[in-house]
Design a protein around this ligand. Structure first.
Ligand code: SF4
Length: 218
């Protein structure tokens, strides 16, 4: 049985650095974290380009902008009316919170989760990729991969899974760097090999340690 860190090492050897999060500023990371809910990153990039063209990738501009106008710039990401409202909620918080980067991680996490439209995955994306805090981001890809590997069982909720990873990786040096790469590697692996249907096990770097694959061999 592999440890989560050994899985990380195998994935890193296979795919190399992932260079996440693709954004120019911490604010852009946080905007992207909201816009990427239920859509692909390609669509997020189109919406970010729209915001940049309007010189609206700016907290004060977003707060001041009419919600309808903001929604029209966010069309590529789908649910654009909902996301415009969520983005405004977030920007109100950001504008009214003095130096959030000075808060400890737990306090900051609570503040982010209190914003209407920011759930655990979005908050943790922001904590890890914008505030550089050692928080492990969980998503559906993570759950699928680690269930198939036989490292988790049942349906642990978001918080249980996050804490499980953080405990298993507690002795790792430079957690922020490793957590940053690890989440990107899981996404990459889930897209390239460990797909929902018909995973490409024969060419997978984890096949020798994967319970799903071993069972499929009979
Ligand atoms: S061997 Fe198959 S099921 Fe297991 S991790 Fe690789 S792609 Fe996923």
């Amino acid at each position: 049985m592999q440890t989560p860190y050994q899985v990380y090492q195998r994935l890193f050897k296979q795919y190399g650095p992932q260079h996440w999060w693709p954004a120019d500023t911490a604010f852009e990371v946080m905007v992207g974290a909201i816009l990427t809910q239920n859509t692909s990153w390609t669509n997020v990039e189109k919406a970010i380009v729209n915001l940049k063209k309007e010189k609206a990738l700016n907290c004060n501009k977003i707060v001041a902008m009419q919600e309808k106008q903001l929604a029209s710039l966010l069309k590529p990401v789908g649910y654009f009316n909902v996301k415009a409202r969520r983005l405004k909620n977030f920007c109100h918080w950001y504008q009214n919170t003095r130096q959030p980067e000075k808060n400890d991680t737990e306090k900051l996490r609570k503040q982010l989760l209190a914003i209407n439209g920011v759930g655990p995955e979005t908050a943790d994306d922001m904590l890890l990729y914008a505030f550089h805090r050692p928080v492990f981001v969980i998503d559906a890809y993570t759950h699928r991969l680690f269930t198939r590997l036989g490292l988790i069982e049942g349906e642990p909720d978001y918080e249980e899974l996050r804490q499980w990873f953080e405990k298993k990786l507690q002795r790792v040096d430079d957690k922020v760097k490793v957590f940053n790469e690890y989440h990107g590697l899981i996404v990459q692996h889930a897209k390239q090999h460990c797909t929902a249907r018909k995973p490409l096990c024969e060419t997978c770097c984890l096949k020798r340690v994967c319970v799903f694959h071993c069972h499929s061999l009979g």
